[in-house]
Design a protein around this ligand. Sequence first.
Ligand code: FES
Length: 159
Amino acid sequence: MATELSIETVVNGQSVHATVPSNRTLSQFLRDDLGLTGTKVSCALELCGTCTVLLDGSPVSACTLLAAEIDGGDVLTVEGLAGSDGELDPLQRAFLDHGAFQCGFCTPGMLLTAKALLARDPDPSEETIREELHGNICRCTGYVPIVEAIQAAARELRR
Ligand code: FES
């Protein structure tokens, strides 16, 4: 039986205090405990990038990271990208404008990987974007519109 652990964290700007089993994954915590089902799980082996969220600004795989490991950390999920007034993040707007998804299952992870990239490199080359996305697998759209959307969002953010 798993030990219960108390954690204090911030998720999408909100303080969260919770008790979690030591074996609970971050994806289970986000989806099942907090109802943040925008974080998707596919391979559950940290291979496909679908479950990517940001922990203290860096991409992590929520399928294998344990909820206990976010204690004291700051988590951003796709639900936290839009402003409190509902205005979409420039990345979300650019994905819409460029048709950068088909089924959309990979999109939350793509958006968060791109968010972290643009935070540290406001003008990434196409090569850098593709390299950054190497751990995020899209099974339907292909990467051209995704890369174009990230470039467009970068331009928008630099204005
Ligand atoms: Fe379907 Fe990327 S839009 S997996």
